[in-house]
Design a protein around this ligand. Structure first.
Ligand code: PAF
Length: 259
């Protein structure tokens, strides 16, 4: 696996694949790789000649500076996990590489970016859309891979690809859960054991398949969700966001599977 930090190094690393017309699969991440990311990398490995993973904690998608500062970072562990999952090129730029002084061009998605995370985290999807378009334009992937846990993010990225006529396919990979049902998230490492037990009410609430019943489950666990509602995200989906201690968690379940 080649590790690159700059755009120039990335372009050099991908030049042979470009010249030989090889297909490239892109897995954009913010690092702190877990089994959910490994599933994305494995899906990319199965469908492409070359797999590129990116590790970039994108400051533009954080509205709270404390959340950005607390985001877990361990590039050496990420490099080991990416390599073990079959990654060919790992691109881990610093913020100034993607947002140099004078950077002033943003993608402002509406539509799928409105409501839910778009309401709770103003500017979040502007940051996500902008960094994704930059990564697509740098890597020229045939396919890019995203986890269903961030279902609204998938809808926003699909909308951006459609509206800007970008030539790549967006692939969605199922949410990976711990045996106790908690959806894997890089933020889970910030939960204390007691908070983790409380957080298990989130998958239990989703399993009810009903916002009112789900709210009751969360209330019993002492959780007041930011939202728990049915949204149309590639079909009717029960979506939830809730703060457990200092950690914000999101999760969802497609309703067609449980009704
Ligand atoms: O889902 C994430 O980790 C991020 O939002 C992404 C897609 C890597 C963009 O920074």
């Amino acid at each position: 696996m080649k590790r690159v930090q700059t755009i120039a190094e990335l372009r050099r690393a991908l030049e042979p694949a470009r010249l030989e017309g090889m297909s490239v699969g892109l897995v954009p991440t913010m690092g702190a790789l877990h089994a959910g990311h490994v599933a994305l990398l494995q899906a990319a490995r199965a469908e492409n000649d070359v797999v590129v993973a990116t590790v970039f904690v994108n400051p533009a998608q954080f509205s709270e500076t404390s959340d950005l500062a607390a985001y877990p970072r361990d590039l050496e562990a990420d490099a080991r996990a990416a390599e073990a999952a079959g990654t060919d090129v790992l691109f881990a730029p610093d913020a100034a590489e993607l947002y140099p002084p004078g950077f002033a061009t943003w993608i402002e998605p509406k539509g799928a970016a409105e409501g839910l995370e778009g309401t709770q985290r103003p500017g979040h999807f502007r940051g996500v859309a902008t960094v994704c378009v930059k990564l697509f334009s740098l890597v020229h992937p045939a396919r890019a891979y995203f986890g269903r846990k961030d279902a609204q993010q998938v809808a926003v990225v699909r909308q951006v690809v459609r509206d800007l006529n970008l030539e790549l396919e967006i692939r969605t990979v199922e949410t990976v859960r711990d045996p106790d049902g908690l959806a894997l998230s890089s933020r889970n490492v910030r939960l204390s054991p007691a908070e983790r037990t409380v957080a298990l009410a989130i998958p239990r609430a989703l399993a009810t398949g009903d916002p009112a019943a789900g709210r009751a489950v969360l209330r019993d666990a002492g959780i007041e969700p930011e939202y728990l509602e049915v949204a149309d995200l590639d079909g009717p989906t029960l979506v939830v966001a809730a703060q457990v201690g200092a950690t914000r968690l999101i999760d969802n379940t497609p309703l067609r599977r449980i009704v």
